[in-house]
Write a protein that binds this ligand. Sequence first.
Ligand code: FE
Length: 282
Amino acid sequence: MIMNEQVRELTSITSGLPTTDGDGVKMTRLIGTPELNMLDPFLLLDAFESDQPQDYIGGFPSHPHRGFETVTYLLAGRMRHKDSAGHEGVIEAGGVQWMTAAKGIVHSEMPEQENGLLQGFQLWLNLPKSEKMNDPAYQEFSVNDIPVDRLENGSEIRVISGQTNQGTKGPVINNYVNPIYMDITLPAGQQFEQTLNSSDNAFIYVIEGLLSVGELQKTITNREMGILGNGDQVSVTAKETSRFLLIAAQPLNEPVARGGPFVMNTKAEVLQAFEDFQNNRF
Ligand code: FE
């Protein structure tokens, strides 16, 4: 490595808070909890994983969003989404829906299955003040649209957003916070390295396995999320065959006013969102 590189270390680990949302969907909330309210620009991260239909069958019936983006990434199962702008589709395993709610959308997200495993993530990314009242937009990609780096050491990097050290770029475009969203599978003993902007906030979430992170080799295990501290390099070694997400983006450093499904810069803007929603102005 060159001298001015600094490897990011794990600064904190959370296993989140078991919770339910929507119509009784069981999940673990990793970001958006009393323990970790946000990691600018990330407002929320939910992990859901169950093969018990009663844990997910209720889905997320009609609800609004304003002021940010919701990113759904499915590892297993099928989810149908439908919204007030006439957009409808099904996300399948390996697919991603990157929805820019901006000034407002009312949508539903329902499991398209009555049994079997449903597993995936929902991440909320904040929008800068200047973009919160834009028209809503979608970027949707199925498993075949998402490029995969297959390295000689047997590791695989699925690139939803951002660019790998090998030069592979994910299909999602976001010029607000330039996010990195990668899904990495590492055989036991192998190492993953990725360059990040030193100003990015970054974290990993371990889907399965056991990882050792940075030069301090702090370990993190399955279903844990770890925040990565200062630096411009990520270095992760699999202590057993592992799969994890690496997510990073530029912080906005703007005031955040939250009100359930609305995230604005001031309380008055959140109240306006409630009023607009109640008066069918979405
Ligand atoms: Fe939603």
